[in-house]
Structures are given as C-alpha cells and as structure tokens.
Ligand binder design. Structure first.
Ligand SMILES: C[S@@+](CC[C@H](N)C(=O)[O-])C[C@H]1O[C@@H](n2cnc3c(N)ncnc32)[C@H](O)[C@@H]1O
Length: 215
C-alpha cells in the first residue's frame, strides 16, 4: 500500500469515529497477534527456560550446514545438534553416516517438521529428534556436537560442554564462535563461518591457564 493509500485508510477510520483510540486498539490487536504467533508457534515449550537462555529459531543456510560437515570430515560416532530446529544439520550428518544422529529441540512444531523432512528424505529411521531442553541433556556420549545458538548463551554452554563432553569430542559452532575457547580449525567467511574445537586441546589450554600452573 502506498502512502496515499495508508493515509486514506487512516482518514476513513477517523471518519468512522475511531480516532486515536481506535488506532490504539488496532495497534494493540496487531501486537497481541504477533505475540501469539511468537508464543504459540515460534517459542512453545520455552516457558521453563529463563528468558536470557531463550534462543529463537534461525535455520542454518546450506553453506553453513556444509561447513559444519566439512569440519567433521573423517570423524564418526554420535553427532548431536543442540537446538536442532527443523533438523537440517542432523539430517545432513545422518546422510554422512554419523550414527546416532540426534537433535535436541524444545519447539514441538520444529521436532515434527524435522521428522517430516527426514521421512521425505527416507532417513526417518536414521535420525532422532528429542523434545528436550539442551541445558538438561547429558553430553557424556556425544562425540560430535554442533551449536548454532546466540552469543548470550555460549559462555554458559562452554562450561557445560567442558564439564561433560568426552576428551575426543569435537564441537562445531556456527555463526558465532565460542567466547573463550581457541578453535582448532575455522572455515568459511562472514555469517557462514564455522569454528571447530577439540575438547582435549580446550581442556589442555584451560589447565595451562589455571593459576599456579607453569606454562
Ligand atoms: C538458531 S536456531 C538453530 C537451528 C538449527 N540448529 C539450524 O542450525 O538450522 C536455535 C534453535 O535452538 C532451539 N533452542 C533454543 N533453546 C533451546 C533449549 N534450551 N533446548 C532445546 N532447544 C533449544 C530453538 O528452538 C531453535 O530451533
């Protein structure tokens, strides 16, 4: 609608006696509708997750998925995507032979969608999508992990992964690097960049930095 059209609508509403109050009601209803979509479709299941740990759904691009798998070349075992969205990274990992390939995702709509995509690809028996809070998942058996999350949660996630992952695990972070870990490998440019971290090296670095430890 051009400016003239919008002006006409406003004038017509004012002509009908809606005035400022009517416009305020329309704005309120629009806001409520937007909130409902957010609460019911985009963020259901997040009620028990503290606000500062809530990460919205932004799917990885094809390039980002490719970069994750390139950084996992030559590896095997369990692959887990923490916050798996529509399952695209898990599905790609299963196609590369990772087994089990598991996605942890709180949003039930995305879990269903992920199974639909896997079923369409003929991989529904080779992937698992669990409707679980990633902060409550135990990571002791994860050989390979991918995280496409927000910078605000990455520091806390570093602590969790450092405490729980096996020594030979590799973590691939997409979009944002982990804040204090030193990557073993980096691939891609701009938003497609991905960082790989080997837990053994990360633990070694942390030990070296501990006060009283000789370098
Ligand atoms: C930025 S999206 C990434 C989706 C997917 N990994 C990809 O790259 O296409 C982050 C996803 O994490 C999910 N998520 C956020 N917090 C979560 C939590 N505490 N437990 C499980 N899933 C979570 C969101 O619902 C969202 O689908």
């Amino acid at each position: 609608m051009d400016d003239g059209g919008a002006q006409d609508v406003v004038s017509e509403l004012e002509g009908r006696g809606l005035g400022g109050w009517g416009l305020l009601q329309i704005a309120g209803c629009t806001g409520l509708a937007a909130y409902s979509v957010w609460a019911l479709v985009l963020m259901p299941g997040f009620r028990k997750v503290p606000l500062k740990l809530q990460v919205p759904y932004v799917p990885a691009s094809a390039k980002q998925v490719k970069n994750v798998l390139t950084l996992l070349t030559g590896r095997a075992g369990k692959m887990a995507d923490l916050g798996s969205g529509d399952g695209r990274i898990v599905l790609a990992a299963a196609r590369r032979g990772f087994h089990p390939a598991v996605g942890y995702e709180l949003n039930p709509w995305l879990v269903r969608l992920a199974y639909l995509y896997a079923w369409r690809a003929g991989y529904h028996q080779r992937v698992t999508y669990l409707r679980e809070d990633l902060w409550k998942v135990k990571l002791h058996d994860c050989d390979n992990v991918s995280v496409f999350l927000a910078p605000s949660v990455l520091s806390l996630l570093e602590n969790k992964m450092l405490a729980e992952l096996p020594s030979d695990a590799r973590v691939v972070a997409g979009r944002f690097p982990l804040p204090t870990w030193v990557p073993s490998d980096i691939i891609g440019e701009g938003v497609d960049r991905a960082w790989a971290y080997d837990i053994r090296s990360v633990r070694q670095a942390v030990k070296t930095e501990e006060p009283g430890t000789e370098v």
